[in-house]
Design a binder for this molecule. Sequence first.
Ligand SMILES: Cc1cc2nc3c(=O)[nH]c(=O)nc-3n(C[C@H](O)[C@H](O)[C@H](O)COP(=O)(O)OP(=O)(O)OC[C@H]3O[C@@H](n4cnc5c(N)ncnc54)[C@H](O)[C@@H]3O)c2cc1C
Length: 429
Amino acid sequence: MPDMQEPRVLIAGGGIGGLALALTLHQIGVGCTVFESVRELKPLGVGINLQPNAVRELYDLGVSADDLDRVGLPAQEWALVGLNGKDIYAEPRGLLAGYNWPQYAVHRGRFHMLLLAKMRERLGEDAVRTGCRVTGYRNVDGGVIVDIEHADGTRSQETGTLLIGADGIGSAVRAQMHPDQPPVHWGGAVMWRGTARAKPIRTGSSFIGLGTHKQRMVIYPISHPDTQTGEADINWIAEVTYDDPGEWQEAGWFRPVPISDFIHHFEDWKWDWLDVPALIAGAETAFVNPMIDRDPVETWVDGHVALMGDAAHAMYPTGSNGASQAIIDARALGVAMLEHGVSAAALKAYDDALCEPVSQLILRNRGAGPFGLLNMVDERCGGHFDTIDEVIPPAERAEFMAGYKAAAGFAIERLNNAPATIAPWARVG
Ligand SMILES: Cc1cc2nc3c(=O)[nH]c(=O)nc-3n(C[C@H](O)[C@H](O)[C@H](O)COP(=O)(O)OP(=O)(O)OC[C@H]3O[C@@H](n4cnc5c(N)ncnc54)[C@H](O)[C@@H]3O)c2cc1C
């Protein structure tokens, strides 16, 4: 049985969610160990967004603006542009929008390595055990026993007070908790992703969604520009929605593919302010991944075990909030442990607070999230317009976006007026 004098949280998965949780537990004085399946954590992935609610939590975790400026840059604008090159919607982001905290566009891998360095510095090298895949768990009196498969094929068990499954969209913890869950859900959209060196457009730090509800480019810089050349790392996502799901069903995260696989979809996408084929061709590597998520489940908790991040709520990236929500989950788990101790009761409180609203967010993102404006443009004018105001009046556009932001926890006044999620002096026990 676990030693209740020394509570210890076992974390399955050392991605963004697992590491944000480890840093949070360290802040509130709770011991933890992260078990990560890969032998070595590397700076993988391309661009992700950190919304102001998550940046606030990162600052409170001692991840500073200077740290974030080394792995990304503050976002200034979010814009949707039609194939005619005309704006459908544009709004300022982060500090320019009135948030007390910026929104950051970062390189996922570099940001991940930043969290890893902070964690090792504070918790010690042994706090992340790589080459350790969590394969199952058993709730026991006062804690949990976790099965680990090591990279060399050997197996062992670890005993802890709680287990948190932060093991991503293919979560083994979730598979045991919900053995009847359906396979990952795919709605027919395929994304090809890459980064290229190029000069940023519009504000210099704009997130641009360009195209239609069936085919679009998402483009935004994820580094500050070079002072000599003016060029930055530009993240691009080329996305096409297919009517026949067949051939893509089995594709996993981030398979490298040649550009010739998909560039033909975008060969005419050239304007005087943007050359899409040149941008795509500028990438050293392109990765394909289907836009997948999972159906919501009714609970993220089973006794002394809880899910967080993509293991709890893998969602379409349309709302740019997968990583942000993983960070929010980590902080919510910290709050629950401050209120209820390192206990099953804390996990229940966390589940009660987040499972239902975040599950709604999965479905909102499946319905295109903020990109839903593109669907409205298609329904009303088939993408042909002179002035967007005649198709969707400004008040209706603003109302649509406000509804999404409130649901995603990005509502400005609510966030600005909320006290710190975890006070700097707060400790469990
Ligand atoms: C390699 C990689 C690249 C990505 N690139 C992008 C990107 O470019 N853009 C984007 O929007 N999103 C990307 N994502 C997803 C994005 O990071 C997540 O949506 C978001 O950050 C939520 O993070 P998470 O910690 O819940 O999950 P993840 O970031 O997926 O992390 C899960 C971690 O758990 C580990 N793991 C899995 N199974 C087990 C197990 N059984 N036992 C122990 N450890 C396990 C994985 O190796 C991984 O490190 C990527 C994810 C990964 C793993």
